[in-house]
Ligand binder design. Structure first.
Ligand SMILES: CC(C)(COP(=O)(O)OP(=O)(O)OC[C@H]1O[C@@H](n2cnc3c(N)ncnc32)[C@H](O)[C@@H]1OP(=O)(O)O)[C@@H](O)C(=O)NCCC(=O)NCCS
Length: 338
């Protein structure tokens, strides 16, 4: 039997290839993250064919045996911050593991990472202490950070948990899509409050938010057909945006949402603003989108405040994930390749 690794182009891939690609993803996710809702095959194909994030181009590969897909990989090349690194994900269908296929894929993709001028490779969202974590650590990767995945199963939670008071002196404001022009500058500043979230030993830099960056992010989400909902807390006497939370909805997966960044400015922490903005987001969402049954979020494992807030709102912690990082040169050396 012959195994080969080749580029995978969603724009020219056949239906049969997509069906196999999808089955591999489903089997891998079912093993590591059985609680996660997955797209249908049709949604998966559409998502992969669609315009990708302009600031994060990517390459994709597949491993085939006798023509059939048994593994896949992608590499993302951030263009704004983190231009020295590529984030990768390599997966092998569970029935074909420990046969060198994952390693062969990694070896095959390293030259592309270098051709993009990258010197560091990062694996994100790898289930801690499971196959990917153990595999990567054999290959010169070090664990630089850990995250918890938390899921809110809406039908199982009493909505009363989301009734959280807005502290005196603040008001909440919300929008879908673009931030109102009069709040834009303040909103960009409010977003930078995420900058002191714990990052462990990670070399990943957070985005540097400016009004232009906010508009580019909004346009990027719109181009990818992702609905972005935002709730902010405004400090009434100063007009400052001191708390922000954003949540993303995917037309192709109507039962599921992703809770993205939440941040409260350092001098306004401890007043219940985090609970107030996230609670308001959940009330808004459940009122307008009753079809959504689950929300996923990820938080640094040592961000005790955020984790506590999420638990108070009904999220449960389902897994710990690792961020793994290595110099490409060190991995290449370990693999005996260039
Ligand atoms: C990680 C993954 C891609 C590895 O694929 P694979 O083809 O099974 O890996 P390889 O056969 O190349 O493994 C090479 C070596 O890594 C180590 N390794 C791999 N899986 C391991 C495991 N479950 N436990 C301990 N060591 C492991 C072993 O040293 C192995 O060599 P050996 O089998 O001779 O002992 C696969 O397990 C997977 O799809 N996991 C889920 C997705 C994931 O976490 N991906 C990593 C994200 S970047």
């Amino acid at each position: 039997m012959s195994m080969e690794v080749s580029l995978f182009d969603p724009l020219s891939a056949s239906e049969a290839d997509f069906a196999e690609h999808y089955e591999v993803m489903k089997a891998v996710m079912g093993l590591d993250y059985p609680e996660q809702s997955l797209p249908t095959l049709e949604a998966y194909v559409t998502q992969m064919r669609r315009h990708e994030s302009a600031s994060k181009p990517r390459d994709r590969w597949v491993a085939r045996e006798d023509g059939h897909i048994i593994g896949s990989a992608y590499a993302v090349y951030p263009e704004l911050e983190n231009r020295h690194l590529a984030t990768v994900r390599v997966i092998v269908t569970p029935t074909r593991r420990r046969q060198g296929i994952g390693t062969a894929m990694l070896r095959a993709i390293l030259p592309a990472l270098r051709d993009h001028g990258r010197t560091v490779v990062v694996g994100e969202g790898v289930k801690a202490d499971a196959s990917g974590d153990l595999w990567a650590r054999k290959l010169a990767f070090a664990r630089t950070h850990a995250w918890v995945r938390q899921i809110l199963t809406l039908p199982e939670v009493a909505p009363g948990l989301w009734q959280r008071p807005v502290p005196d002196g603040f008001r909440l404001q919300r929008w879908t899509g673009g931030a109102p022009e009069e709040l834009l500058e303040q909103y960009a500043r409010g977003r930078t409050a995420i900058l002191d979230a714990p990052i462990g030993d990670s070399a990943m830099e957070f985005a540097k938010w400016t009004p232009e960056r906010v508009r580019a992010h909004e346009a990027d989400l719109e181009a990818r057909n992702i609905e972005n909902r935002v709730v902010v807390a405004v400090h009434e006497s100063s007009g400052r945006v001191v708390g922000i939370t954003e949540l993303q909805l995917f037309a192709l997966q109507p039962d599921w949402a992703y809770q993205g960044d939440t941040a409260v400015a350092v001098d306004f922490r401890g007043h219940g603003l985090g609970l107030a903005i996230k609670g308001a987001m959940l009330r808004w969402l459940s009122a307008e989108r009753p079809a959504i049954t689950a929300i996923l979020t990820q938080t640094a494992h040592d961000n005790a405040h955020m984790i506590r807030i999420n638990h108070a709102l009904g999220f449960t912690t389902t897994a710990t994930t690792a961020e793994l990082e290595a110099e490409i040169a060190a991995v290449a050396k370990q693999l005996g390749s260039r």
